[in-house]
Design a protein around this ligand. Structure first.
Ligand SMILES: [Zn+2]
Length: 322
């Protein structure tokens, strides 16, 4: 009795809400943008129709760790193969099929394997357009991603795609290895698949993307640095900020960024998890470590909301104010 009363009450609420007066959202439901964290620096940004991916990496292979990272301790039951730099890297086809059913655009910030390993496979499966540096495009070319799907960018472009527009912003890689970068060369043309991890570790330069989509401006970083003068004057409502510990190599990393962006309403940390661990392993040490970033934002920009994302949990954005 009670159950059926509840059901009819919720049915009524569902039926009533589209007609309930002045507070109708401006965007139709299918136009509400939601973000999902894919782990590492990966995101899915969608309005229910168009799917834009940033640095999608769902294979999470047990590859070589970044310089100075603490050695990865296998979680119980983690019997995965370990890959060295000389090994050909195989994307996890099953993970890609299950987790990335479709995509229209893939934005790649740089050509390290935790950003680019899955990109050719996703592009071939979904026919998505791959936007990235020449280095990134060369990795895609090695896997025969058709040239029509490749848009090489340099930083400075502001491109119109109809459903969204994209400002490509020059940037800097994380100051890994105590400020010595980590392989800043470019992946060359003429490579042939399968590539070894060594062949997909030239960084090739680093980009940041400002995605203007359904009234939102989403600024997406793929690592822990930026060029402050390139940030000045941008007014994103959502910022995906690199929050790994190498940000501590940078002077006043979070404060300078928050001020340059005029204190954005919503910040979500990215590239803060341990991407060598499988999705079902505990991320508690990384979750603990990212709290210091949350504190930095609170201190520099008290009105900014910070959401530490969970894997594959849709985070819907408030409909954009016109
Ligand atoms: Zn990198």
């Amino acid at each position: 009795m009670l159950k059926s009363a509840l059901i009819s009450a919720s049915l009524l609420a569902m039926l009533a809400s589209p007609f309930s007066g002045q507070n109708l959202p401006k965007a139709r439901k299918s136009e509400q943008v939601a973000l999902e964290y894919l782990g590492a620096a990966g995101w899915r940004i969608s309005d229910g129709t168009t799917v834009i991916l940033v640095d999608p990496y769902v294979s999470r292979i047990l590859g070589p760790p970044p310089p100075l990272a603490p050695p990865y301790k296998r979680a119980p039951g983690d019997n995965r193969r370990e890959y060295g730099w000389k090994d050909a890297a195989a994307p996890d086809e099953a993970a890609i099929e299950a987790r990335i059913p479709r995509a229209d655009y893939i934005l790649v910030t740089h050509t390290h394997y935790d950003h680019v390993l899955d990109v050719p496979r996703i592009a071939l499966r979904t026919h998505a357009v791959v936007i990235g540096t020449e280095s990134t495009e060369n990795v895609a070319r090695a896997y025969s991603v058709p040239e029509e799907q490749l848009i090489p960018v340099r930083g400075g472009e502001d491109y119109e795609f109809g459903v969204f527009s994209l400002r490509v912003i020059p940037s800097l890689h994380s100051a890994l290895d105590h400020k010595r970068y980590f392989s800043s060369e470019r992946a060359p043309t003429g490579m042939k698949a399968p590539l070894t991890l060594e062949q997909i570790h030239p960084e090739g330069g680093t980009l940041v993307y400002l995605i203007r989509f359904q009234g939102h401006e989403i600024l997406a970083f793929g690592g822990m640095n930026y060029i402050e003068r390139e940030m000045q004057g941008l007014r994103p409502d959502v910022v995906l900020v690199g929050a790994g510990t190498s940000r501590k190599e940078i002077h006043d990393y979070t404060g300078r960024l928050m001020r340059a962006l005029s204190f954005p309403p919503l910040v979500m940390p990215t590239h803060w998890d341990n991407f060598l661990a499988p999705y079902d392993a505990s991320q508690q040490p990384a979750i603990d470590a990212v709290q210091s970033f949350v504190k930095e934002v609170a201190e520099a920009s008290p009105k900014t909301k910070v959401i530490v994302p969970k894997y594959f949990e849709a985070i819907p954005l408030e409909p954009a104010a016109k």
